[in-house]
Each structure stands twice: as structure tokens, then as C-alpha cells.
Design a protein around this ligand. Sequence first.
Ligand code: 8X3
Length: 250
Amino acid sequence: MKQTAFITGATSGIGKATAEIFAKNNIRLILCGRRAERLSALKETLSKLTEVTTLQFDISKREEVATAINSLPENFKQIDILINNAGNAHGLSSIQDGDIDDWDAMLDINVKGLLYVSKAIIPQMTKRNNGFIVNIGSIAAKDVYPNGNVYCASKHAVDALNKAMRIDLNKHNIRVSAIHPGAVETEFSDVRFKGDIEKAKSVYAGYKALQADDIADIIYFVISRPYHVNIEDLVVYPTAQATPTILNRD
Ligand code: 8X3
């Protein structure tokens, strides 16, 4: 039977690449993001391959999340796969120099946003005793690096919530997985460095970083295993990266 996936942060990077590989594999798509133009461009392209609907909302706004999910058309109401992908880093400063607005943004999106979306979707999964949740963490969920403080804390929370979901949803036959990427060449660093493109580029200079498609392939692999197989937790580095701070550059 055709499955329906709900992808947050679908307008760029890993979310967009995941939407593309899901569409190629005939998965119906609910694409979520804040940028309406990007959502409609993606819908136009991927509609050639599968049914697509879009939801434009900010996952950090509790009411917007509920309103958006309640507005889904009838044929998109059953969600089989939730990809909790939306997440950002804002700034890279020591704890003593950190900007509280950046901290709020990261905790609001990476932790509270993930919770708001999950809370809105999980009840239909528990009712059906069926569903799959994939949480996109980070190597920052497993490790802490200089100046990463609140971003690392937010991703450690994702790691904890991933484990918590698997425990609490176990009796409902729901699969829960986390994927923790290292350096992926996306808009991630543009956002972290607030549009300082040179600084963002330098993060990926001198080695082959992971690409969004590399992670999307893995997400598709994870969700396409037989139902009794749950890949619990995957940490994915580029070959050139050994830890968040040890990189073999040219
Ligand atoms: C993205 C990877 O190392 O910048 O989450 O935290 S890192």
C-alpha cells in the first residue's frame, strides 16, 4: 500500500533530498517549511512522480503547527512516516558570549518544534499501532565541541527524545530511528554564520563533505527495511571527519 510521509524542513538540504528520493520511490508527500515559494517549486517538480501537498508554517509556533496539520486534505490525513528533519544552528560562540536570541531559536526549532509536530502526529500512529518516526539528530547529539554549547544541547535533547519515543511507543508497534550526520554541505553553515557565505564555505573546504543526498539515501534505506527491522541509531561522518573537530583537510 502506498505510504505517506510528512517531512519537516523540506525546502532545502537533507529534507529536500529526502523528499526527492521518497517521490522516486512512490511515497506520497506532505512537505513542510517556512518558505512558500520553495515549497510550491518543489511541489511542482515532485508532483510528476507522486501526490504532493505542502504545509507552510513555522514549527516553533505551537498554534501554527496544530492549524497546519489539522488542515491536511482527506487523502493526506493518514501519516505513515514522520521525518523530523527541521533544525538549525544559530551562531557559534562560547557560552559566555552567546546570544540569547540564538539560544531561543535553536531550542524552539530543534527541540520544541520537533515535539509540537510529533505530538500532533503520534496519536494517529498509536491508534493504528503503526508508524515510523525518523529524528534527524547530529554528531552534536553525541559529542560537544568548542562553542557548540546550546546547539549541542538541543541535539542531545533530540537524542534523548528519540530514545524516549522508542520506549514509550514500543507497545504501539511504532518504529523510531535517529540519524546523526556529521558535516553535510547544505545551507546549515549559511544559517549558523548568518549569511557570511565565506565563513560558511570554509567549513566544507579542503575535503569531501557529506552531501544531502548521502543522508537522504540512508533515510530511505532505514524506512524501507521490513517492518520488524528498526535501525535504532546511525552516526554518519564524511570519511575525512573523525570527530566534530578532527578533519583531514588537503
Ligand atoms: C551538524 C554537524 O558538527 O556542525 O549538526 O554540529 S556539526
